[in-house]
Design a protein around this ligand. Structure first.
Ligand code: SF4
Ligand SMILES: [Zn+2]
Ligand SMILES: [Zn+2]
Length: 301
């Protein structure tokens, strides 16, 4: 690899230009700061919860926000996925202890009375559909005391989600994307923000590696064969052939976002008759799963 553009030391990554370890870390952290400023994600006095999985993305943003002096805590959801989540939660516990970050863990077992594995053993739900609904539900409930829920979504994640919703013609879901929470503004929803929005997966993985985070680069056993996995593989192939494709998708989306936000939102939200949380029908999606009355539910993950 070429020498660093700035100091002529050995480069570790090409991020626009060849950069050594020191200059890449500086470049990456500056990019995160610029993203926070550009999209007005949150302010210095805000209380932040980082939705933390113990993976590279959430650990990276947790570390950077702490380093930048934000009032930040970690919020983890343990879905109960055998051979996967226990390991990532242990990594997260160690990381938070080492960095003086408070960690709150909420589990499907404690809240719903079953693990994801137990749910899937009983009912033929598409794993990521059920898991995503229950996780979003718990994250929303558990983050009410915070001003913002920070997620570790990176550029690759966003390019995938945009493409998935385009393919499925889900314009109302598309309109909810972006670096800051979607169209729905309500005290019942903690605003969600994505400071890694313009950082590629490769950049995040490089940052996590260079910082020596103890992270298992394992994948959830349910991920294989999902629609997201197909779109991810397709976009990775496209990026390899035509570098900049993912960034192009996200930039195009950002240009279209003001128009998408003006589209009708769809159904008015009411309150779930079981739990009182926001719902587009009598039962919210989480209660529908819990009572196994989720039928013909259309959701993309
Ligand atoms: S890959 Fe699917 S099942 Fe696994 S944690 Fe993610 S959403 Fe849940
Ligand atoms: Zn350098
Ligand atoms: Zn409900």
């Amino acid at each position: 690899m070429a020498d660093c553009f700035y100091c002529r030391q050995a480069a570790v990554i090409i991020a626009g230009r060849a950069l050594c370890r020191k200059h890449f870390i500086r470049h990456f952290e500056e990019k995160v700061k610029r993203t926070i400023r550009r999209f007005g994600l949150f302010g210095r006095t805000d209380k932040l919860a980082v939705a933390s999985s113990g993976g590279k993305d959430s650990t990276t943003i947790l570390y950077i926000l702490k380093k930048l002096g934000y009032d930040v805590e970690a919020l983890a959801i343990n879905e109960g996925i055998h051979g996967y989540r226990d390991g990532t939660i242990e990594d997260l516990k160690r990381f938070c202890t080492a960095n003086g970050i408070r960690l709150n863990i909420v589990s499907y077992r404690d809240y719903f009375g079953f693990t994801l594995d137990e749910l899937l053993a009983k009912k033929a739900f598409q794993p990521c559909m059920a898991c995503g609904i229950l996780r979003r539900y718990l994250l929303n409930r558990a983050s009410r005391d915070y001003d913002y829920l920070v997620t570790g979504h990176n550029l690759d994640d966003e390019a995938q989600t945009i493409t998935m919703n385009m393919i499925k013609s889900n314009t109302h879901l598309l309109a909810r994307l972006g670096p800051k929470t979607g169209q729905i503004s309500s005290r019942m929803f903690t605003p969600r923000v994505k400071p890694l929005y313009l950082c590629s997966e490769k950049e995040v993985a490089t940052y996590a590696f260079l910082q020596g985070f103890e992270i298992k680069f394992t994948e959830c056993p349910n991920a294989a064969g999902s629609f997201r996995a197909s779109v991810r593989d397709m976009l990775n192939g496209l990026e390899a052939m035509h570098p900049g494709s993912k960034l192009g998708i996200v930039h195009s989306f950002l240009k279209m976002m003001p128009v998408l936000k003006c589209l009708p939102v769809g159904k008015e939200l009411s309150c779930c008759r079981e739990c009182g949380e926001p719902a587009g029908r009598e039962l919210c999606s989480a209660c529908a799963i819990v009572s196994s009355k989720l039928e013909n539910f259309k959701y993309n993950l």
